[in-house]
Design a binder for this molecule. Structure first.
Ligand code: ZN
Ligand code: ZN
Length: 292
């Protein structure tokens, strides 16, 4: 008999949230099913490269010098497991998004090797998918989403390792201290009166002063505002009239699981429209295309 799996409170929390959504909003059933399938795949996936973590003092010095941690490290993938996991991701996504079937066909015909773009994305190098997509006959957005999903368990493992023991209070930059990407959204913990920014690429979260605009650094309260919809006490946007940036913010006492970040973002698409109509843009756009 196989040994029982160790309990995973984050995975349980993801499933509880998806159960809750399916029960309260039946129209989101298919979307919830998609996120449940993805979370299941990520849950059982091993990182494609084991994190190499420098000493705490070295990592703290890198951050102190204003540099994110991951671009300083070279991630070397095991080629076959990386290709296999990319194929697994494409197969799962193709059951929800027909566009992913073209990627599967390109893999089968050896018209697409996911390894070079995976490495580019992991290192924050410019992702030149246009030419690749043209020769492989696949849509750039679909490929981008599949690459991001394929990297997720790896970047999450690296983020966990690299952040271990670090004091992030001195960082206070809008870019992710791990991978350098811009945050998808912010979390506001009212009891602790603390705002954290969240990166959807690697899952990291870091404190950022609630009075400061992540778009331009403006801290003047007279040029900042708040936008929310009646009846939604869970989500609001902080706006800045200096740079016209808005930050979607979710009220929560504990960090949102990485695998639910883009879903929580998707659930408040009305707020995005409201911000857009008033001339505001997001710090970073959603990273993944909405499912189905
Ligand atoms: Zn990140
Ligand atoms: Zn601003």
């Amino acid at each position: 008999m196989p040994p029982p799996e160790a309990p995973d409170p984050t995975f349980d929390r993801i499933n509880r949230r998806l159960d809750e959504l399916q029960a309260s909003e039946p129209r989101l059933s298919q979307v919830a099913g998609y996120y449940r399938a993805l979370a299941g795949l990520f849950h059982g996936a091993l990182p494609l490269s084991e994190p190499k973590v420098e000493s705490l003092a070295q990592r703290q010095a890198t951050l102190g010098g204003g540099q994110s941690l991951l671009p300083q490290v070279k991630i070397v993938f095991a080629p076959e497991p990386a290709r296999q996991f990319f194929g697994q991701v494409a197969r799962l996504v193709s059951t929800f998004q027909p566009g992913a079937a073209q990627v599967l066909a390109a893999l089968d015909d050896h018209r697409l090797d996911p390894l070079p773009p995976l490495a580019d994305l992991a290192h924050g190098d410019p992702l030149e998918v246009e030419a690749l997509c043209e020769s492989a006959g696949v849509a750039p957005l679909t490929l981008r989403v599949l690459l991001e999903y394929s990297l997720r368990p790896t970047l999450r493992a690296w983020a966990t390792g690299l952040l271990q023991g670090l004091d992030l209070s001195g960082w206070q930059k809008p870019a992710c201290p791990v991978c350098g990407n811009l945050p998808l959204l912010a979390e506001w913990d009212p009891a602790a009166r603390r705002r954290s920014l969240r990166c959807a690429i690697c899952g990291a979260g870091w404190p950022f002063p609630v009075t400061r605009c992540p778009g331009c650094g403006n801290s003047d309260p007279t040029s900042q505002g708040m936008l929310s919809f009646d009846g939604d006490e869970r989500t609001f946007a902080q706006t800045c009239r200096v740079c016209q940036v808005c930050v979607k913010t979710i009220v929560t006492s504990e960090p949102i699981p990485h695998d639910l970040l883009s879903l929580e973002d998707l659930l408040s698409v009305d707020l995005d429209q409201g911000c857009q109509e008033r001339g505001y843009r997001r710090v970073a756009g959603p990273i993944s295309s909405p499912p189905v």
